[in-house]
Ligand binder design. Sequence first.
Ligand code: N01
Length: 512
Amino acid sequence: MVSMALGSDRESRHVHVLIVGSGFSGLGMAIRLAQQGVRDYLVLERGNDVGGTWRDNTYPGAACDVPSQLYSYSFALNPDWSRSFSKQPEIQRYIQGVADRYGVRDKHIFDCEMTEARWDSDTAHWQVHTSKGTFTADILISAVGALCEPNLPDIKGINTFQGKVFHSARWDHEADLTGKRVAVIGTGASAIQIVPSIAPKVARLDLYQRTAPWLLPRNDRPYTSAERFVFEHVPGVQRLYRAGIYAAREAQVIGLAKFPPAMLVLETIARAKLRSQVRDSRLREKVTPNFRIGCKRMLVSNDYYPALGRDNVDVVTDGIAEIRAGSIVTTDGAEREVDAIVVATGFHVTDSPAYETITGRDGRTLAEVFEAEGQQGYKGSAIAGYPNLFFLLGPNVGLGHTSIVYMIESQIAYIADAVATIDRRGLRTVEVRKDVQDSFNRTLQGKLVRSVWNTGGCASWYLDKYGNNTTLWPDFTFRFRKLLEKFDVPAYETTTRSRDIEAGAESKVVAG
Ligand code: N01
């Protein structure tokens, strides 16, 4: 593995393309570059394996809330999914299997954390400092993902707690919660999977809810062996099935992005579920959301409400005032003793620490630019002021209704075409034009104005501190794909590598 070769000397190494992160996006990018004949590339991964969020989120009950048939690469369908909504271990095995099958693991440097990336205008290289030495690259691709940096709540006294306290994405498997008094803070997608999984074995579970989420039924079931046989052996069936799931989910865009009153259909289904699963009227009142469905991520679960109805589970809706050595005190003055705290409070999305590590052409970090101007990019894949830097899952690529892998593959095609264009035309730098980026964002924000995310009456991590939705794509996903079909050179300022070409140094792409 490359890490062995590098480990000892820590000297600077130059590559044509450097990818940072190897979750669904970085791994897919690596495979695509290899397929189009780019050999001089590396993937830096701070973890010890591929998988990204699916490697990190090992909490009890972790599973996908998008059907696996769609939540997988189009170029690596898996006829063997055991059920319609796969659990984390199966998804992680799938990602590992893809890495092995496409032979890209030896292009990875694991346990290698990027600490700084700085654009050097003189050499037209990115200088990338890592925990395993320094790299320079002609092209840098950030694939660090949006949901990777745990957001730890700033609650008074949390550091004085004497028991175990850990984030959902950093589950402490050494901590045995059996028979313990456990607090879970948060009621998002992670918490609603954790609560039913641990409730039967803990002595008491206090669920601290700030906002009640909307829940829809989870149509989860195991696939029969006959279905799996057909997926594997009857040509086209699996793709047709996948297309059906895609189309059904895409229909939700009408309500989410274009005509929010249409969300009433889903809200009616969610209300019926709430009524049938929560018989206790006091509990029902507590867990009834007060915003339009879809404004926050819609959650799917069949066992969350029943878990809340258990005798050993209490939903606490008073805010947390303080955490003490062995208890949590709420704003009403009540103090509840607790042995362990699970913090399921989400991630730094619009304020990711990763943005502080990337410095562009004018010496400003991405964090500084986003702070001053809001988080904006061009097609989620490039940002003005950051030449030769591409993003997977950059601004406004997120989704609330379907598989993010679809968006990732759209971006992979765009960035792969950018790399091919740079090589073919002998370009030294490409940098998206600020006027093009601004115009793109005016259109984007214009579309978002009427969306349920902006009008649904909730606060969410979709919005930045200026109230702009800088995380979600506001349209059908096939429109995103169409938009990113080809690398659009006119949208970029370019300079050429003419002297290098004359010297015959331009040989990055090897036909393959
Ligand atoms: O995080 P979240 P998550 N005090 O940000 C609450 C993806 N995902 O890890 O709603 C008290 O959604 C916060 O309250 P409020 C998916 O995209 C996918 O659950 O802000 N509470 C909220 O209830 C998802 O959207 C899968 O009022 C505090 C919760 O913590 C994303 O990951 C599975 C608080 C955070 O919810 C994140 O989900 C799991 C505080 N100080 C996750 N701060 C799939 O199945 C925050 N909260 C694919």
